[in-house]
Design a protein around this ligand. Structure first.
Ligand SMILES: Cc1cc2nc3c(=O)[nH]c(=O)nc-3n(C[C@H](O)[C@H](O)[C@H](O)COP(=O)(O)OP(=O)(O)OC[C@H]3O[C@@H](n4cnc5c(N)ncnc54)[C@H](O)[C@@H]3O)c2cc1C
Length: 384
């Protein structure tokens, strides 16, 4: 395999780098770094700057406010955004999850209302999928949407809803036919988070950051016009959107930056053989992961859907992130345990990352589930 970027792709990378050089403040990684504390901070402002360049939804068709760029351009863009820690959190979920399902299945009215909000960087969305009894086995979800005239009445509970507390809308999956086989009785809705009957309760993660929530629905009235696609076909509609961003390049590039920042710190403290080898292993995995991401993007450019490859990338990138933070904490010694005050290295970033990264192998599909996909769809092994 030979990975080579075209002159246009190399020029695009340079354009992205120039943009980042002009638009990211040099001194933003201080003690109040917004993202370390789980706040949006100036992320919405950065989204608007991207919107002015038409770069929020790079790969979307032009008719929907995108730039119609190829998968490899998207990979280049995501790679540089992640490496430079650009704050794209305010619009990421809208671009990669909500927008694609609306483009594929939304009504004209839904597209008009939401796609413009996403590409202009002004709408904020969450994903209302997981429930206390339905995570890996999402099709077991129990939240009900019962038809009532021109509306549905939604009752039930979601959990682990990232950014639910600051979202305008959610992408909801709910059961509309309790008698159908479990994958066939599910529908999807664009859900108004401010509707009467919605209660959002905070969940604080190990690192003390409020990033996700529990969301309760008490007979919330949702107009039929907010259903996306066909009734009871929601499972299949959601699956069709998986193709939009699956390379994991952002996580590999983010970890490369993490290691690049860590290197001078651990070098100045002296390393034993174990840490030296651990750093070498981490860098090796980052490089392999980057190559894997490029090959996934080239598969997508050729019109193929990555499946086991996406699971391999997710598995590798999330375990890599965890391993990197374990090595950082170990190599920094006692200083790695201090998360606040004068003794904290880089304002406690490594301590917080170590705690926050525990969830990397759970969020977006656990490592066990990724291994199941690789074993069954990749290696053709029988299901357990
Ligand atoms: C940081 C973070 C952010 C998240 N954000 C969102 C969000 O915005 N919206 C949303 O809807 N959800 C979100 N989630 C939820 C996430 O999708 C689920 O946590 C995940 O799918 C796992 O489901 P679960 O927690 O119910 O665990 P379970 O599915 O109950 O799994 C428990 C354990 O059993 C294992 N297991 C389960 N099934 C199998 C199997 N078939 N074979 C082998 N092992 C198995 C799992 O690997 C795991 O170790 C988030 C989670 C985290 C950690």
């Amino acid at each position: 395999m030979r990975i080579r970027f075209t002159p246009q792709q190399a020029a695009f990378r340079q354009e992205v780098l120039d943009f980042l050089g002009e638009n990211l403040p040099a001194d933003r990684e201080g003690p109040e770094d917004d993202r370390m504390r789980g706040e949006l901070g100036w992320s919405p402002e950065f989204s608007r700057k991207l919107a002015a360049k038409n770069w929020v939804a790079l790969a979307w068709p032009k008719e929907y406010g995108g730039s119609a760029r190829g998968h490899m351009d998207q990979v280049i863009f995501n790679e540089e955004m992640a490496y430079h820690r650009a704050p794209i959190g305010a619009h990421r979920r809208g671009v990669f999850y909500v927008g694609p399902i609306l483009i594929l299945y939304g009504t004209d009215e839904q597209k008009k209302k939401h796609l413009n909000a996403i590409t202009s960087g002004s709408g904020y969305y969450c994903q209302l999928f997981s429930e206390p009894g339905a995570g890996s086995d999402l099709a077991s979800l129990q939240t009900r949407a019962v038809r009532d005239g021109d509306d549905y009445l939604v009752s039930g509970q979601k959990i682990w809803t990232s950014d639910g507390h600051r979202s305008d809308y959610g992408w909801l999956v709910a059961r509309t036919d309790p008698d159908a086989p479990k994958h066939k009785g599910i529908s999807t809705f664009i859900f108004d988070m401010k509707a009467p009957g919605v209660t959002v309760r905070p969940l604080v993660n190990l690192a003390g950051i409020h990033s996700f929530n529990e969301v309760f629905f008490d007979n919330v009235r949702v107009p039929k016009a907010n259903m996306v696609g066909e009734e009871n076909r929601g499972w299949y509609h959601a699956a069709a959107t998986l193709d939009f961003e699956r390379s994991s390049i952002a996580t590999f590039a983010g970890t490369r930056r993490y290691l690049d920042d860590l290197l001078p710190l651990v070098r100045s403290r002296g390393l034993d053989d174990r840490d030296r080898h651990a750093m070498a292993d981490l860098y090796t995995t980052v490089l392999v992961g980057q190559m894997l991401s490029y090959s996934i993007a080239s598969m997508q450019e050729a019109g193929r859907v990555p499946n086991k490859e996406a699971s391999v990338a997710k598995l590798m990138s999330s375990e890599l992130r965890q391993n990197a933070s374990v090595v950082a904490i170990r190599a920094l010694g006692m200083a790695g345990q201090v998360h606040e005050g004068p003794g904290a290295v880089r304002y406690g970033r490594y301590t917080r990352d170590y705690l926050a990264n525990v969830s990397a192998t759970i969020a977006g599909g656990t490592s066990e589930i990724q291994r199941n996909v690789v074993a069954t769809r990749g290696l053709g092994l029988p299901r357990g």
